[in-house]
Design a protein around this ligand. Structure first.
Ligand code: NAD
Length: 363
């Protein structure tokens, strides 16, 4: 198959969908790979590395779309890319169709085959192409939290790990899934005193088993949260209710219970946030302050660490991309239920119920 890797053009997107290692794997399976010049630069991969791995480097995005049977990307195509997409061209990328009606209509009209990373699903209902980004965001939440706890950045001025003779900071993690687990591990590793709250007792049992001694678990309820936020230095929001908005576990009037300079990192902001006062921010301007509480609410946290995020993402996407290239999308989806769940649009039809429901379109 002929595979095209365009450079991401969405604002501040430095990830790339295929690394030189991925090119070499595709070549091993007999596929041709065309990469747009400088596509990998933001993630630390030069054109030369791609060429050495066997890719043909093309100067423009137009050339990449024109030659490719399958386009592998990171973010959904933006409006300037729509005219480049050909009928029956396979696009393997994050789409998030349920949050963009114009994108949904554009892909239907173009007759593209859209396989969305975010809906590829395993039999246990886990989402293997979303997990790596949650891992990155969870670990990063503590780095960012530690930074904004510093006094010049308006935090309480406390070191997460304390020092001998001085107690460590208290970190409260709301939600013990992928993000919460990674955040707790990082905070614990730095020596903080960590509490993870979740609604699932089996999950709390598991976390209690695997976490070090400076992490404790507690049932998530209003009473326990109200008590914990009064002494927490850093709060990480990591709750997810699949297919729904995040519940506001900390409401606006609860901010006054917290100490000035407390930092909240609401990773769940992309689902509305679990702290009521959180609204999405960007890497250029990541925080704002309400009632002396520092809010960090960046909606695309992994975008700030493209070196790590690209490798984490492509480790997960490459095996699926190889199957698509080897078999073509129809055979690959027929033989692999996980990939089939990723099929959102093909032959001018919506094939994913949630997308059809979002825009009241036939399914
Ligand atoms: P996950 O499904 O692995 O974990 C969510 C956890 O929340 C589950 O363990 C669940 O039991 C728990 N939960 C549900 N309701 C709860 C409640 N009321 N109190 C406490 N816990 C509750 O999800 P995840 O992969 O960890 O993702 C968490 C959030 O982070 C999602 O909204 C995801 O979209 C978001 N995310 C954001 C970024 C970013 O850049 N901001 C990056 C990756 C993921």
């Amino acid at each position: 198959m002929i595979i095209g890797v365009p450079k991401e053009i969405k604002n501040n997107e430095n990830r790339v969908a295929l690394t030189p290692a991925g090119v070499s794997e595709m070549k091993k399976h007999g596929h041709a790979v065309y990469v747009q010049a400088t596509a990998g630069l933001g993630s630390g991969f030069s054109d030369e590395e791609y060429a050495n791995a066997g890719a043909v480097v093309l100067a423009t995005i137009e050339e990449v779309y024109a030659i490719a049977e399958m386009i592998i990307k990171v973010k959904e195509p933006i409006a300037s890319e729509y005219p480049l997409i050909k009928k029956d061209q396979l696009l393997f990328t994050y789409f998030h169709f349920a949050s963009s009606e114009p994108l949904t209509h554009a892909m239907l009209e173009k007759g593209a085959v859209c396989l969305a990373y975010e809906t590829v699903e395993k039999a246990d209902r886990s989402l293997p192409l979303l997990v790596p980004m949650s891992e990155v965001a969870g670990r990063m939440a503590i780095q960012q939290g530690a930074k904004y706890l510093e006094k010049p950045l308006k935090g309480r001025g406390i070191l997460l790990g304390g020092v001998p003779g001085v107690p460590p900071a208290k970190v409260l993690v709301l939600g013990g899934g992928i993000v919460g687990t990674q955040a707790a591990k990082m905070a614990a590793g730095l020596g903080a005193q960590v509490t993870i709250m979740d609604l699932s007792l089996p999950r709390l049992r598991y976390l209690d088993d695997i976490m070090p001694a400076n992490v404790s678990t507690e049932m998530s309820n209003h009473y326990n949260i109200t008590k914990a936020i009064a002494t927490a230095d850093l709060i990480v929001g990591a709750v997810l209710i699949p297919g729904a908005k995040a519940p506001h576990l900390i409401t606006r009037d609860m901010l006054k219970l917290m100490r000035p300079g407390t930092v909240v990192v609401d990773v769940a902001v992309d689902q509305g946030g679990c702290i009521e006062t959180c609204t999405p921010t960007t890497h250029e301007n990541p925080t704002f302050i309400i009632d002396d509480i520092v809010h960090y609410c960046v909606a695309n946290m992994p975008g700030a660490v493209p070196y790590t995020s690209t490798l984490a993402l492509t480790n997960a996407t490459l095996p699926y991309a190889v199957q698509l290239a080897n078999k073509g999308w129809e055979k690959a989806c027929n033989e692999n239920e996980e990939l089939k769940k990723g099929l959102n649009i093909a032959n001018g039809k919506i094939l994913y119920k949630g997308v059809a429901e979002a825009w009241n379109l036939p399914f």
